[in-house]
Design a protein around this ligand. Sequence first.
Ligand code: NAI
Ligand code: MG
Length: 478
Amino acid sequence: MNFEYAAAPESRSVVKIDPEYGHFINGKWVNGSAHFNTINPATEEVLSRIALGTAADVDAAVKAARNAFDKSWSKLSGRERGKYLFRIARIMQERAREFAVLETLDNGKPIRESRDVDVPLSAAHFFYHAGWADKLEYAGVETTTAPHGVVGQIIPWNFPLLMLAWKVAPALATGNTVVLKPAETTSLTALLFAQVCQQAGLPDGVVNIVTGDGSTGSAIVNHPGIDKIAFTGSTEVGKLIARAVAPTNKSLTLELGGKGANIVFGDAAIDETVEGIVNGIFFNQGHVCCAGSRLILQESIADEVLEKLKRRMDKIRVGDPLDKNTDLGAINSAEQLAKIRELTAAGEAEGAGRWSANCALPENGFWFAPTIFTGVTQAHRIAREEIFGPVLSVLTFRTPAEAIEKANNTPFGLSAGIWSEKGSNILWATQQLRAGVIWANTFNKFDPASPFGGYKESGWGREGGRHGLSAYLKGSAK
Ligand code: NAI
Ligand code: MG
């Protein structure tokens, strides 16, 4: 018998979207000279027109941030800065529903995730850093407690509001002022955040938001008036930025790509592990830098895990992101969908076995069924490159040493997972794995107190926790 769920749509009426937006500079809305569309990737409906920031817009924002740093923000005590952060956090909570619906409309992620993960975690980052603002001397950081000054921040589209919070909260807590650029496909929640800054009475120019594309980002990176750059996005653009910043005095932190290994030992609790695998790769459509995109299974349990995983994947509900029953929403853009299609086609061409969940995909918008590839070898592109979609590559191992060798055989080093009932297995494996974040018997767990970041091509520096504070203080390594 087929028991279907009734639709449970979240109301769209809680958000008001303007037909066109400008930049938020010096506490005011400034008209843009050119605009581009932002769409709902689940329907392809145009939601609004976003301003394409020019070098002149970036320059105005940097001047406003410098002026605010010199005249107001650097004059405040940590305690006073903390009050603003608390106020921002509380307003984000009050307007949580608005943020969640807007994020889902602009990004395509399920409302269940924007409501229960993105927005509460964003507010939590402001609360956490509000607490540090007047305690920097006690944080035990290996730097001075003096801020850099003006910070340029460039963020991606996979967690638009959350990445803004990861960037803005520590910058303000440590006394810096900010010029931030959201990703071109997901500017709306950053623009709503600008309204929150106004509502909180944040002094003009402390937070400036310039929307736009890579050219706008590049104008931020190359602006001589900026003291520090913080970037989250692709490894390719991260390398460009590292080159641009190298001959300057700017500090730099980079959060880049990943190809996380999720290792399952033969003694793991299989049903819990299957849930963890699903969360590891299908959370946020797999648009997650720390996704567990390489499943590394001990041979003894591989068949059982794969059978249960496929059964579970057939139950993943793909569709309308605003429906509260939806597990997997829309792929963020036509470009990202094309990239996922290209890499999965390469997986088949190179000889891996493809299996996709049996689900109906909506006609409009950008969609990709949850997919796994078995028989993947380390030479395959789908084992080496970041797919950034709901696609899992499965490899197997016989001995623990082989598992570690495969897990570490990647240019990245952001995250890893270990599934085992044995503490000694877990402790041994965590010491061998070259990854910044390692989860044991869980996956994709985030907390503002926990530092996050990578080794190798996954980036430089840490965000969150005490370690993340240092990056926003003078004396931090480049
Ligand atoms: P991207 O790296 O081009 O975009 C990230 C941000 O950088 C955006 O705000 C963009 O406007 C900006 N940007 C682009 N070019 C720039 C430049 N030359 N200088 C300064 N800023 C620049 O990432 P994209 O093209 O959206 O995605 C491509 C791939 O990157 C994805 O398929 C995925 O594999 C990976 N990616 C990884 C992310 C992560 O969190 N690690 C986030 C987004 C993408
Ligand atoms: Mg790009």
